[in-house]
Design a protein around this ligand. Structure first.
Ligand SMILES: Cc1cc2nc3c(=O)[nH]c(=O)nc-3n(C[C@H](O)[C@H](O)[C@H](O)COP(=O)(O)OP(=O)(O)OC[C@H]3O[C@@H](n4cnc5c(N)ncnc54)[C@H](O)[C@@H]3O)c2cc1C
Length: 388
């Protein structure tokens, strides 16, 4: 090995879930490393050009998700032209909006970096997690590659926020993959001011989700990622060729300026957790809830999120947060988005810090202690706490 470092908590993957986990653990006084293979933080939300922070409310005017999920939503507005809707607060669609916003992806990146800096998180950019060391199915260290060579990073507890269960898969844990469909996003320049504006006339264009182009079960191999990504570029070439040929526009007035730097897979791999959250559990009491999250597509469906959804079935020493936590069926579709990733990331960060403090496994923690540590951050665990 070319280098070696040890921390209380290591978070792998600096998407929004990883940023939340690192902030939560560092704010409890832990030494925290946040490992990211790109030179950007925010994952799909920023380098993937996903610029819509989905709602923190139930669609009927009640806020259900709090803590760092709300902090990052407000953070996302700091360096951008967007605001929260003034019409939020009643039933969505009946004259009211939801508690959500659009944001400038680069603005969210630099705002989150400020928060990480203030919390004292040790951020490692351009550092690829490439192997996991285990002892009796407990994660003891990760191996990384960066410009310094190959290094070993140890921790008392790990958080896997790679978006594809990267630590758990490498440790031999069980996981489930998903189908995906093609949605090319492009930030383009156009004089057409009817689109969402980011800076002057630069806006992001989202092309339709062609559901007939499902990839059946993403096989998690490098060539299929390349093929999928190049296929979206072909779709964009077709779109611009058609626009120019048919006189809808020309290359001086409509052209791409930035493409997503992450493959546009919504769901790659999620763990098989000690508990799995399913669609029909909305509205159900979970004594071990670590936070509430509501369906972003329709009003009135709110889930209490069991702690066990963050714990892999057999791999120890690691929690999983973000779009790889253990949700199934339509609940995976609900939980794979930005606010839910942040909510689960915060809980995983707090639990990892407690496990490091108590020198125990995350699975051995008393969940009441995790809830007590989250409560001062404003987290609500049960529907009754928000009057539902
Ligand atoms: C086309 C599309 C549209 C979407 N639309 C919306 C929307 O409108 N609103 C919304 O809220 N959500 C939307 N989503 C979902 C949402 O953007 C993501 O699911 C969410 O941001 C996931 O956050 P995360 O932190 O769990 O994972 P990710 O964003 O995937 O972050 C994982 C991070 O880990 C890093 N990483 C991975 N492997 C390694 C490794 N081996 N070593 C080091 N680093 C690694 C990655 O580079 C990345 O930064 C959309 C997703 C897609 C694909």
């Amino acid at each position: 090995m070319d280098f070696h470092k040890d921390y209380d908590v290591v978070v792998a993957g600096a998407g929004v879930a990883g940023v939340a986990a690192a902030l939560a653990a560092a704010r409890r006084g832990c030494s925290v490393a946040l490992i990211e293979k790109q030179a950007l933080i925010g994952g799909l939300a920023t380098s993937g050009l996903v610029y819509v922070y989905l709602p923190l409310c139930d669609g009927n005017g009640t806020q259900v998700t709090f803590g760092i999920a709300e902090e990052l939503l407000r953070c996302s507005l700091t360096y951008g032209p967007f605001d929260l809707s003034e019409r939020w607060g009643g039933t969505a669609g009946a004259g009211f909006d939801r508690f959500m916003c659009h944001f400038a992806p680069a603005g969210l990146t630099i705002a989150m970096d400020g928060a990480l800096n203030e919390a004292g998180v040790d951020l490692w950019l351009e550092t690829l997690l490439c192997a996991v060391e285990t002892s009796a199915e407990k994660v003891t260290a990760i191996e990384v590659e960066n410009v310094s060579g190959r290094g070993r990073i140890g921790a008392k507890c790990f958080v896997d926020t790679t978006g594809d269960a990267g630590i758990v898969r490498r440790a031999g844990g069980e996981f489930v993959t998903s189908e995906n469909y093609k949605t090319p996003w492009v930030m383009e320049n156009s004089p057409d001011t009817r689109q969402y504006h980011l800076v002057d006339s630069v806006h992001i264009k989202v092309f339709g989700a062609w559901r007939d182009e499902f990839l059946a079960g993403y096989p998690l191999d490098g060539k299929s990622v390349t093929a999928f990504t190049r296929d979206t570029w072909q779709t964009l070439r077709d779109y611009y060729d058609r626009s120019y040929r048919d006189g809808f526009s020309d290359r001086h007035h409509l052209f791409p300026v930035h493409l997503p730097a992450m493959p546009q897979f919504r769901k790659i791999a999620r763990i098989k957790g000690r508990v799995s959250l399913s669609d029909d559990q909305h509205g159900t009491y979970a004594a071990d809830s670590i936070g509430l999250y509501a369906d972003w597509r329709k009003s009135g469906h709110v889930w209490e999120t069991p702690y066990g959804t963050l714990l892999p079935q057999k791999i120890r020493g690691v929690l999983v947060a973000g779009r790889s936590m253990s949700t199934e069926g339509d609940a995976w579709e609900v939980y794979r988005v930005i606010p839910a990733a942040v909510m689960s990331g915060e809980a995983a960060g707090v639990a990892a810090a407690l496990a490091a403090e108590h020198k125990c496994e995350p699975g051995e923690l008393n969940v009441a202690d995790v809830q007590d540590a989250l409560r001062p951050n404003g987290i609500k665990f049960h529907l009754a706490e928000v009057g539902l």
